[in-house]
Design a protein. Structure first.
Lengths: 189, 189
């Protein structure tokens, strides 16, 4: 941010009176412009057949991480709820019809100012197809997941938490909310 | 937003190619400026003595809702995690020393573009005091809570979920994650 979105005058970095952090403050009208983390919200769309559980992944048609696999997810928009966002992104990126369940994972990625949320979901049919931001969409069992080609650490963690809970459920457990913080920038290969 | 924060030229509202929503787009450099929901994060600081459970509330010294009671909470900052934000706000607003536990509630407030998160917490001592944004801080049992003077619906809901779980726990239950959407603007009296 270089200029004030309200009056077009230059902004400067300073700590406003009563604050403890540097903010972008307008040198003319004095407006303080705050910057806050954004939420990325998605789903874990599940299809179960003959006792085998598969999840729907999308191969990214956009940067960053073009060509890598992800759960359907994206930036939450104003005027929607987190559930709305999870449903919308699943529809947009995977053309998938789902029943949305509970919040399953919350992952902080503080170095990119993001919080990622994933909801469990059940696919209602197999009529999914790649949206404009996906090259292809495909169902994967745990053994089939291309672990080395997953787009983001928050996706790998969520998938691992999910399949661990599936094992736990077979032994009388249940789905739990999983919280995890990604504290270091990922290294691109 | 009236002017581009990158080049100071006027912005206009239009739907960018490949998008489905109106965005603020710069008429000169073409930068698309997205606006996304913000997260408000706080804690439910608990003190238990002789089997009685009390929670710490702060009376707001700032607008909106000056003079009304709230759980310690505030806007999450860049470069911190949701847990960091809950601890920081509890320290800033209530001067309270806590051990932070699991995420307890997630509440969408789409008409103000906010998502509120509250973590359960245990007070480590009784050396709390009002910060600059609080008039006073005080422990309340469920019966003592000033329900008609609570600042925001997300606070009332979180407190009701909390004391309902306390009753459930006495009957063998456990704390659960509570999700709720506040779909209508609150009416000021």
């Amino acid at each position: 941010m270089k200029f004030c979105p309200e009056c077009a005058a230059p902004v400067m970095l300073k700590i406003p009176e009563g604050d403890t952090r540097e903010r972008h403050v307008c040198t003319s009208c004095g407006t303080i412009h705050y910057h806050n983390p954004k939420m990325v919200v998605g789903s874990i769309p599940v299809w179960e057949t003959n006792g085998e559980i598969k999840v729907l992944l999308c191969r990214r048609a956009i940067e960053p991480r073009y060509g890598y696999w992800t759960l359907p997810a994206g930036f939450m928009e104003n005027n929607e709820t987190t559930s709305d966002a999870a449903r919308r992104e699943t529809e947009e990126e995977a053309g998938a019809h789902i029943a949305l369940h509970e919040l399953f994972s919350i992952l902080n990625v503080p170095h990119v100012h993001q919080v990622h949320l994933f909801y469990r979901a059940t696919l209602l049919d197999l009529d999914f197809q790649a949206g404009t931001e996906s090259l292809e969409v495909q169902l994967f069992s745990e053994q089939e997941i291309p672990w080395d080609e997953i787009a983001f650490p928050t996706i790998s963690h969520t998938l691992k938490f999910f399949f661990a809970d599936i094992v736990a459920i077979r032994h009388g457990g249940q789905f739990n909310l999983h919280a995890h913080d990604i504290m270091h920038p990922m290294r691109h290969g």
